[in-house]
Design a protein around this ligand. Structure first.
Ligand code: THU
Length: 129
């Protein structure tokens, strides 16, 4: 899949976001090493803390379906700023894909490219245990 197509999948997920509290939609599209794509959106909760981010929805969908080898993830928002992943999502990405490519989109669909290593230096993994 081209980067443009993967971005489009993340953007399409913005409409699936369940966001009655923040009104801040996020969509994600995760590409696995074999080309399989899992999508996700943020899903909020009246009790707030059970809220899950779009990136983790996509990653947990993938892992629960037997996929653990990830190449890149697109994160889409509707803001002026690029939608960067929160710290918890960075840590979850680190668990499965320390070399993940992270593509963040703003509301115009413009992209900013990062590596997870840039976003999470000295990330905690099993080697620290
Ligand atoms: N959110 C994500 O989905 N991904 C992030 O990495 C940043 C935050 C969601 C969680 C919540 O539903 C809303 O954005 C506002 O924080």
């Amino acid at each position: 899949m081209t980067e443009k197509e993967l971005c489009q999948k993340a953007i399409e997920m913005l409409d699936r976001a369940y966001i009655p509290y923040s009104h801040f939609p996020v969509g994600a599209a995760l590409e696995c090493a074999d080309g399989t794509v899992f999508t996700g959106c943020n899903i909020e909760n009246a009790s707030y803390t059970p809220t899950i981010c779009a990136e983790r929805t996509a990653i947990f969908k993938a892992v629960s379906e037997g996929y653990r080898d990830f190449k890149r993830i697109v994160i889409a928002g509707r803001s002026e700023d690029y939608c960067v992943p929160c710290g918890v999502c960075r840590q979850v990405m680190q668990e499965f894909a320390p070399d993940l490519e992270v593509i963040c989109l703003n509301g115009k669909g413009e992209a900013k490219h990062f590596t997870l290593r840039e976003l999470l230096p000295y990330g905690f993994d099993s080697s620290w245990l």
